[in-house]
Design a protein around this ligand. Structure first.
Ligand SMILES: [Zn+2]
Ligand SMILES: [Zn+2]
Length: 151
C-alpha cells in the first residue's frame, strides 16, 4: 500500500493516519471518532479532510461505509464478507459471521430483474453488557416491536 499509485490514489500522510486509525478502532467508528483518533497521529488534520478521505477510500473499496439504522454513518476497515449485530440500547456494533451464509446467487434467484451486487445483514438485540445491566432496549423507534406483550 505504499506504492505511488495505490488504488489510483497517492498514499499521503493524512490518508495513512486515517486508515491506520480506522484499522485500530474495531468499533466501526463514525467519522468524528476516526477524526479524534487521527488527530493523535497528525494533530493538525482537519475534520473535513478526514470526512473527505473516508468518502474517497470507501468509494475505491479500500474501506467499507456502513449505513446503520438510527445512527451516524460508520466506517469499517474489514473488507472480508461479514455481517453485524447492533445493540439497540447502547448502539454498539460488532462483527458476526453467520452460518450458513446466504449466497448472493441465492438472493439473485429470489429477486428477478435485479442485479444483486452484494448484501449485508444486520442483527439487532442487546449486547452482553446491556443485557446484564438490563438497560432499556429500543433506543430507536424503528426497532420497537409492535407487540409489547411479546417482549
Ligand atoms: Zn449495548
Ligand atoms: Zn464490520
Amino acid at each position: 500500500m505504499n506504492g505511488p499509485n495505490w488504488h489510483g490514489l497517492r498514499m499521503t500522510r493524512q490518508r495513512r493516519a486515517i486508515l491506520e486509525s480506522l484499522r485500530r478502532l474495531e468499533s466501526h467508528p463514525t467519522g468524528d471518532e476516526v477524526y479524534r483518533a487521527a488527530r493523535r497521529r497528525l494533530p493538525h488534520i482537519s475534520l473535513g479532510t478526514v470526512y473527505r478521505n473516508l468518502e474517497l477510500l470507501s468509494g475505491r473499496g479500500i474501506i467499507r461505509k456502513l449505513d446503520v439504522a438510527g445512527s451516524q454513518r460508520r466506517f469499517d476497515a474489514k473488507l472480508e464478507t461479514h455481517d453485524h449485530i447492533r445493540c439497540l440500547a447502547c448502539g454498539r456494533l460488532d462483527d458476526v459471521t453467520l452460518k450458513p451464509r446466504i449466497s448472493d446467487a441465492g438472493i439473485s434467484r429470489q429477486l428477478p430483474g435485479y442485479q444483486v451486487l452484494g448484501h449485508h445483514l444486520e442483527v439487532v438485540g442487546l449486547c452482553p453488557e446491556c443485557r446484564t445491566k438490563r438497560r432499556t432496549p429500543y433506543k430507536d423507534t424503528l426497532a420497537r416491536p409492535g407487540n409489547a406483550a411479546a417482549a
